[in-house]
Write a protein that binds this ligand. Structure first.
Ligand code: PMP
Length: 303
């Protein structure tokens, strides 16, 4: 990846090469961190961060859930993000806030460790490739089950992402673009870093959060955009056979945006090209983040 000039760390902008931590960082050993992924879009009126406060609020909620003291408020983190984008002269960016237990103690109990908060912003194009965004990606159902909410509470904590990494590695090394995970019980959950939408017999469905998926901010946005456009989205538990017979499938996520799925395991989805509802969701999302839809202006935080 291309380095940028500065990284925000504990209240200060430090040069890229100096934003380092000790090898005894607790979060490195035990995954005791929480993080976010946010995008900023350059549009006709400037640079707009998409749902900045909602992301920083989710970071706070994750920190509370995982008992990590976060001393910066949502507003302070949002201000730090603006300062960071300006300092690096980024008009569009992927933004990665992270809060984790630092060094100072070994052993599982992190209460005596320091807490490090950092925000990095850098250029990142289409997460699943420009061609995937246009024409759809190939997805494989992972043999690994999604970790249950009985094991890891909801939120974006770093440790549990090893489950996503395993699923993603399995799918990509088999020649697919991304993995889809099922719960232990066999219900459809989510992609390794995306939520799933299913179009079947004229209905638009998405798994409920109780099936172990993150309540993605893109997921919530697409549900609202489609509903306001007259297309209700129903939250419903599904099994893999519901997907093989689907007319359309697509992923949503901050990094992935709205990405069509054209192939699942050895099944072509629909006719193998993105369907009408997928295209509509892409268009509405692109227009919302691009500042073209007045009704969703409050989702945009201009720098
Ligand atoms: N599920 C997982 C496992 C993710 O990592 C992400 C990315 N944050 C999502 C879903 C999508 O969430 P969002 O739309 O808030 O980025």
């Amino acid at each position: 990846m291309e380095p940028v000039k500065s990284i925000w760390m504990d209240g200060e902008l430090v040069p890229w090469a100096e934003a380092n931590v000790h090898v005894l960082t607790h979060g490195l050993h035990y995954g005791t961190g929480v993080f976010e992924g946010i995008r900023a879009y350059g549009n006709d009126e400037g640079t707009a961060v998409f749902r900045l406060s909602d992301h920083m609020q989710r970071l706070h909620n994750s920190a509370t859930t995982y008992s990590i003291p976060l001393k910066y408020s949502v507003d302070e983190l949002a201000a730090a993000t603006r300062q960071l984008l300006l300092d690096n002269e980024l008009d569009s960016a992927y933004i990665r806030p992270i809060v984790f237990y630092g060094s100072g103690t070994m052993g599982l109990n992190p209460s005596k460790a320091t807490v490090v908060a950092s925000i990095v912003a850098f250029h990142w194009g289409a997460y699943l490739g420009e061609e995937g965004l246009q024409n759809g990606i190939r997805v494989k159902i992972a043999s690994w089950a999604r970790i249950s909410p009985r094991s890891f509470p909801a939120g974006k904590a770093t440790g549990p992402y090893i489950n996503s990494v395993l699923a993603n590695q399995e799918a990509t090394s088999a020649g697919y673009d991304e993995a889809l995970l099922l719960t232990e019980a066999g219900n459809v959950s989510e992609g390794s870093g995306e939520n799933l939408f299913v179009v079947r017999d004229g209905e638009v469905l998405t798994p409920p959060v109780s099936d172990g998926c993150l309540n993605g901010i893109t997921r919530q946005s697409v549900i609202q955009l489609l509903a306001d456009d007259g297309q209700e989205v129903i939250e419903k538990s599904m099994t893999r056979d519901d997907l093989y017979a689907a007319d359309e499938l697509f992923f949503t996520g901050t990094a992935a945006e709205v990405t069509p799925i054209r192939h699942l395991d050895d099944h072509e989805v629909g006719d193998g090209t993105p369907g009408l509802i997928t295209r509509r969701a892409q268009e509405l999302f692109r227009d919302a983040v691009g500042g073209k839809l007045a009704a969703y202006r409050d989702w945009l935080d201009y720098i």
